[in-house]
Design a protein around this ligand. Structure first.
Ligand SMILES: Cc1cc2nc3c(=O)[nH]c(=O)nc-3n(C[C@H](O)[C@H](O)[C@H](O)COP(=O)(O)OP(=O)(O)OC[C@H]3O[C@@H](n4cnc5c(N)ncnc54)[C@H](O)[C@@H]3O)c2cc1C
Length: 405
């Protein structure tokens, strides 16, 4: 066994954390460097709860130094806070803003980022997003500020996928006790929300959103966002608009240097196509996991989901350990446990091969699974408590006194 293999794991999300854990179990002598642009891991499915205030905010992020305290103390895991911009597979290095890092094996697990399809707000304007903790906090603060300056103003959510709907529902939940809350509109370019839903599921969601004052405009795009004014493709003009972009995600990881980069195959959204053992064709020392990989089941690329990220990260880490130990790699076979879309006080979901769940049962499942997949025991407890106490009043975004004229 090679005792001092250097393994770089880029990205400490669900996939990256599991890869490190699998490596520590199966190749305890390997030296693992975890590089993430943040010093903490983020419970991404709970980010809309930064807006609703339903989950204690300190439970949504957790420092890597806590998660891997014992491994760091043992000298087996090193943490680096850096944004990796490129991979040089011929030199076996990754390049960050601060330094270059050498590896014998690389696990690429850098997740995904919003896809803007080339669209940009005009100078001085900003699209908010909720795929990072900093982004969700910034949206919460901007929403409160917007509300103070423009009582009854507009919030536009671009994208009627599950993220956009969750954002809209969480903002409405946290602000509905106030009469002058901004009006929330969701625009979706397609002719229906969340493509994988049945018509009945869509109708239930739309009825819930409407009853919470959220307007959904289908077949409508944002055409221009300038000087606080959003212009929609159906001619509607929204003055004093705060815009949240939730219209799609794409690969966000480092680029591969050429000529290797030219040979890296990607799916339409930039996710990297790997072999069944998650290795990069032509570069078996490079593994890709989580949202960064175009994970396949029965020839189809699976949706981005925690479940697939978690187990593909574990598989990548185990396969690196197998390579270090001179054993064969195992294929990754995604198992779809289903999904739940939590929308404030209701939910829609299908789990375990098609079993329909909804209402508070679905919400409880969502928070329980979030706890199960979390990065540490104390945070997991907070999610289990949230699952039990759904009746807890959300933390209002503004107190009544603050909104009084
Ligand atoms: C708002 C929202 C809600 C969601 N809700 C659900 C849900 O309810 N259920 C579900 O199954 N899925 C949900 N998803 C999808 C799910 O969160 C992802 O599929 C999952 O997080 C992917 O895990 P990952 O480890 O691949 O990437 P991530 O969890 O995104 O982690 C990637 C890590 O890489 C780091 N990183 C990124 N780029 C670099 C770089 N260049 N250099 C260094 N570090 C980098 C990031 O800081 C991050 O820590 C949701 C997604 C969003 C955005």
């Amino acid at each position: 066994m090679k005792t001092t293999s250097r393994v770089c794991v880029v990205g400490g999300g669900f996939a990256g954390v599991q890869a490190v854990r699998a490596l520590r179990r199966r190749a305890p002598l390997a030296r693992v460097t975890l590089i993430d642009r943040n010093p903490y891991a983020t419970m991404i499915p709970a980010l809309p709860d930064v807006l609703s205030g339903r989950v204690e905010q300190q439970s949504i992020v957790r420092p890597f130094a806590d998660i891997f305290a014992a491994d760091i103390a043992a000298g087996a895991v090193e943490l680096v806070t850096d944004a990796v911009s490129s991979v040089e597979p011929l030199q076996c290095t990754v390049r960050g803003a601060a330094a270059e890092y050498a590896y014998d094996y690389l696990v690429l697990a850098a997740g995904s980022e919003p896809e803007y399809y080339g669209f940009q707000p005009e100078e001085g304007e900003q699209f908010h997003t909720v795929n990072t903790y900093a982004g969700a906090r910034a949206l919460r603060e901007a929403f409160v500020k917007h509300w103070r300056h423009h009582p009854g103003g507009q919030v536009l959510v671009v994208g009627g996928g599950y993220t956009g709907l969750e954002v809209a529902a969480c903002l409405a939940l946290a602000s509905r006790r106030h009469k002058a809350a901004p009006r929330i509109t969701v625009v979706e370019a397609a002719d229906g929300i969340v493509p994988f839903l049945t018509d009945r599921e869509r109708e239930r969601i739309e009825a819930y959103l409407v009853s919470n004052g959220i307007e959904v405009r289908l077949g409508t795009r944002l055409q221009q966002f300038s000087r606080g004014t959003a212009r929609l493709s159906d001619g509607t003009v929204l003055e004093n608009a705060l815009v949240c972009w939730a219209a799609g995600m794409r690969y966000s990881g480092p680029e591969f240097s050429t000529p290797v980069g030219a040979g890296v195959e990607t799916a339409r959204d930039g996710r990297i196509i790997t072999g069944p053992t998650l290795q990069l064709p032509g570069h078996p020392e490079v593994y890709v996991a989580g949202d960064a990989a175009a994970l396949q089941s029965d020839g189809n690329v699976v949706r981005r989901a925690v479940n697939f990220a978690y187990y593909s990260g574990r598989c990548a880490g185990s396969n690196v350990a197998a390579a270090i130990n001179g054993r064969p790699a195992a294929s990754f076979r995604p198992v779809d446990l289903g999904w739940v879309i939590p929308l404030g006080e209701m939910s829609v979901g299908r789990v375990l091969g098609g079993l329909r769940v909804g209402g508070r049962i679905g919400l409880r499942m969502h928070y329980t699974m979030s706890g199960f997949r979390h990065f540490g025991g104390s945070n997991a407890l907070e999610f289990y408590r949230t699952a039990l106490r759904l009746s807890r009043e959300p933390d209002p975004l503004l107190s009544q006194a603050e909104t009084a004229p």
